[in-house]
Design a protein around this ligand. Structure first.
Ligand code: ATP
Ligand code: MG
Length: 471
């Protein structure tokens, strides 16, 4: 029987994470919804055993909110299904081949998985078979990291055969069992470890890290979609930058482009970090939404290739944004990201270091370069602010400069001023009415008209614009 009086709650004192400090196990698990407890009780009333497991237990101990609640049970999925349906609950056979049944209680969903042990792994990703087992201890043994191998029961308390609570306290990610074997079974775990490090601000334990490094050559067997999913979560995490720097030699298996950035000194008065460290600061320095984080990761990737020393010993990187675009395009295509998303990232990378003067005209010009996409303009300002945060302290004025651009944009929008072809007082038909034949010349004429409006040479009025175009 696990020790219910365990003093683990004191481990949750990480003020940096803003975590509350639960006083008791009851307080720690007070967020456990009644509906989840009902699921466990139904299984137990049917004569089976059930425990809360996985990320929910880990996150509750850390005082973090967790989206999915997983339950492990001695019942087979068919036995579980019979019990839940007899209790009037709906079930979905979401992963029954691996023993997983989803239970719906109102609009909440819980995954109940039969205790299992994974059979041999033939492809470094999927077990060729799963074997159902009778004890929770055996089930916990197949889990990836000690912090993910803790079970909790509302009456029996915590079950922690692998020292996961100690590792939570020590902020350590440690493989359950022999690391090299565990990573060779399932190479996705290598990326999960990096992602957890980024989410929790934990360090990866030495032999676990060695197991990851010695197996990084098989990560190519993981599908692009899964790699992207893990990288998305890593980049969005609060400690993304530090994970990038600390685990670059692991992440190089999916992002080999990082290697050239590592230790690449910039030799300019604007920078105090090497290219990778700078990039890490910029990733942390932009808000945690997907577009900004990926653009931050890519923005300076072209720098090592563009570097040269000027005569005075100062480093230059002319044209690096375009090289970063080329590299980023390759990575996003390899990672099977959607072209629509990739194009927006590329626009940010391309324009990240263009100087935009704090004038309505310059702001509108940049907006036209961004196809009038106001949201993208804000993302560009986020990137510029993040970039400044990763530069030498005397560049801090660039943070306010980017915010000033957004203020000017607000004024432009409030005044309904034109910055896209669509917002012009004339359209293609008007232009063709001037005798310009259908085709690229129509677009060119509209662009000329927009330039004139942005420059305030011509008002955005139909007659004035048509007169301007015939001149
Ligand atoms: P999050 O939900 O934040 O991703 P999690 O730890 O809950 O974190 P899930 O993918 O939901 O991750 O998996 C639930 C649990 O299943 C994990 O905590 C772990 O115990 C186990 N698990 C998941 N994926 C693996 C894997 N690839 N190898 C071994 N165990 C795994
Ligand atoms: Mg989970």
């Amino acid at each position: 029987m696990p020790d219910n009086s365990c003093s683990f709650p004191s481990l949750i004192s990480d003020e940096a994470l803003g975590n509350p400090i639960p006083q008791t196990i009851e307080a720690t698990f007070s967020r456990l919804p009644d509906s989840a407890i009902r699921v466990v009780r139904i299984l137990e009333a049917g004569g089976f055993e059930a425990w809360f497991v996985g990320g929910f237990v880990r996150d509750a101990l850390l005082g973090r909110t967790c989206s999915d609640i997983d339950i492990a049970s001695s019942a087979s999925w068919q036995q579980a299904q019979t019990l839940f349906e007899a209790s009037g609950l709906r079930t979905h056979e979401t992963g029954v081949a691996h023993g997983t049944l989803t239970i719906l209680v109102g609009d909440e969903a819980f995954e109940v998985t039969t205790y299992r042990r994974d059979g041999s792994y033939s492809d470094s990703r999927h077990p060729s078979s799963v074997e159902f087992v009778s004890s929770i201890e055996e089930d916990l043994a197949r889990r990836d990291f000690t912090i993910n191998a803790i079970a909790f029961h509302p009456d029996r308390g915590l079950l922690d055969p692998y020292g996961g609570i100690g590792d939570l306290r020590e902020k350590t990610i440690r493989a359950v069992g022999d690391p090299a074997k565990r990573f060779s079974e399932d190479a996705l775990r290598i990326l999960r470890a990096c992602r957890f490090a980024a989410q929790l601000g934990f360090d990866i334990e030495e032999s676990t890290l060695f197991g990851m490094l010695s197996n990084k050559g098989i990560v190519y067997r993981v599908s692009a979609e899964r790699i992207t999913h893990e990288l998305d979560r890593l980049l969005a995490a609060p400690f993304a930058g530090s994970a990038l720097v600390k685990y670059v030699d692991v992440l190089s298996c999916v992002l080999p482009e990082l290697v050239a950035m590592k230790g690449f000194e910039q030799h300019t008065p604007y920078h105090i970090y090497d290219v990778l460290e700078h990039t890490a600061h910029v990733v942390d320095g932009v808000p945690p939404y997907r577009l900004a984080r990926w653009a931050a990761l890519f923005h300076d990737m072209g720098k090592p290739a563009c570097f040269f020393f000027g005569e005075n010993g100062v480093g230059h990187f002319y044209g690096h944004a375009n090289v970063s675009v080329t590299i980023a395009r390759g990575i996003m295509s390899r990672l099977k990201m959607s072209p629509a998303f990739a194009n927006r990232v590329l626009a940010l990378v391309k324009h990240h270091d263009e100087v935009v003067e704090p004038t309505p005209r310059a702001v509108k010009r940049m907006l036209t370069r961004l196809d009038g996409d106001v949201e993208l303009f804000h993302a560009l300002c986020d990137l510029k602010r993040g970039d400044a945060r990763g530069q030498a302290p005397h560049c801090a004025g660039r943070i306010d400069a980017a915010s000033e651009l957004e203020r000017i944009l607000d004024d432009i929008q409030a005044a309904n001023e034109a910055f896209t072809l669509k917002s012009l007082a004339i359209d293609g038909r008007d232009v063709m009415g001037l005798g310009i034949p259908r085709g690229p010349e129509v677009g060119a004429a509209l662009s000329r008209a927009l330039d004139a409006v942005i420059d305030e040479r011509v008002p955005n009025e139909k007659d004035a614009l048509l007169e301007y175009l015939v001149k």
